[in-house]
Design a protein around this ligand. Structure first.
Ligand SMILES: Cc1cc2nc3c(=O)[nH]c(=O)nc-3n(C[C@H](O)[C@H](O)[C@H](O)COP(=O)(O)OP(=O)(O)OC[C@H]3O[C@@H](n4cnc5c(N)ncnc54)[C@H](O)[C@@H]3O)c2cc1C
Ligand code: FES
Length: 253
């Protein structure tokens, strides 16, 4: 997988310490699938050495623009947030995507920054509801409203939407769905997977392991995958994932 030097279109703060960045790459916009990610070199210097993986949030094939949303976690994302113009070194699209299965009643369930990769899933499904959980401030809800039948929003402090966790809303309506697609904090995804399993609903999850190379060469991103006999083995989140059928994934206790 080759990297590309892409023109930065914008990089703006959309919520506290949360940025949306758009760059131009006709190749990536043409090839990208919902749920894939890009691996970004955050600045021109040597440090930080490693690229940072960020999910693709929006794909505009007509203008050749790809957008991402990221939260400042440490030095890499902090560096990224300072970029205001010029070019950015992007590798991608990487990994597999969410399987878009038509003719089913679907829900996307996201927590915080994990809502970002679910927008393209919702846009590509004809019958989809969205469950979006945030801590205390929301973003991009209106984008989901354009593509989904119903959008449920929760905040932990009750400032927007229902007060509480998004999984409480999902639990109420889970019997309506055939397929759930989820991304977010591990504890939320584990709960979503349990709710789906108890209700016989197919579930796909996007996992966020720490990554090195992003292309299957370094094994930094190894994650545990279940076998039918109860045993398990490692797969690479960057190449075999980041999206897996929830039945396969072994969550650490
Ligand atoms: C496939 C994939 C898609 C991702 N998509 C997004 C996205 O759309 N938006 C977004 O904001 N972030 C996303 N992430 C997480 C993002 O890559 C990390 O937040 C980022 O690399 C942190 O870099 P940093 O240098 O700022 O922080 P670091 O200094 O590297 O780390 C700061 C803190 O963040 C934690 N952290 C770092 N990387 C990860 C990770 N991969 N998963 C969980 N915790 C981590 C560290 O343990 C540490 O506590 C994604 C990760 C993966 C693997
Ligand atoms: S990040 Fe190197 S193998 Fe996955």
């Amino acid at each position: 997988m080759k990297n590309e030097i892409c023109e930065l279109i914008y990089n703006r703060e959309i919520a506290k310490s949360t940025f949306e960045m758009a760059f131009r790459s006709e190749n990536m916009a043409a090839a990208a699938l919902p749920g894939q990610f890009v691996h970004l070199k955050v600045n021109e210097g040597l440090y930080p050495l490693l690229r940072r993986p960020i999910s693709i949030h929006r794909i505009d094939k007509s203008s050749g623009v790809v957008a991402i949303i990221y939260h400042i976690m440490g030095q890499g994302t902090e560096e990224l947030s300072k970029k205001q113009s010029g070019y950015i070194d992007v590798m991608g699209p990487l990994g597999n995507g969410f399987p878009i299965i038509e003719g089913k009643k679907c829900a996307v369930v996201g927590g915080g920054i994990g809502t970002a990769p679910l927008l393209e899933v919702a846009k590509n499904l004809s019958d989809c509801d969205a469950y979006l959980g945030f801590r205390n401030c929301t973003y991009k809800v209106e984008e989901f409203e354009k593509s989904c039948n119903k959008v449920y929003v929760t905040t932990e402090d009750g400032s927007v939407g229902y007060k509480g966790y998004i999984t409480e809303q999902l639990e109420k309506y889970i019997s309506e769905y055939d397929i759930v697609y989820t991304c977010g904090p591990k504890v939320m995804m584990k709960k979503v997977v349990d709710i789906c399993a108890s209700n016989n609903v197919e579930c796909y999850i996007s996992i966020e392991e720490r990554m090195g190379c992003g292309i299957g060469a370094c094994l930094v991103c190894a994650c545990k995958i279940k076998e039918e006999n109860g045993d398990w083995h490692y797969k690479k989140a960057c190449k075999d994932g980041p999206v897996f059928n929830a039945k396969e994934v072994l969550f650490d206790a």
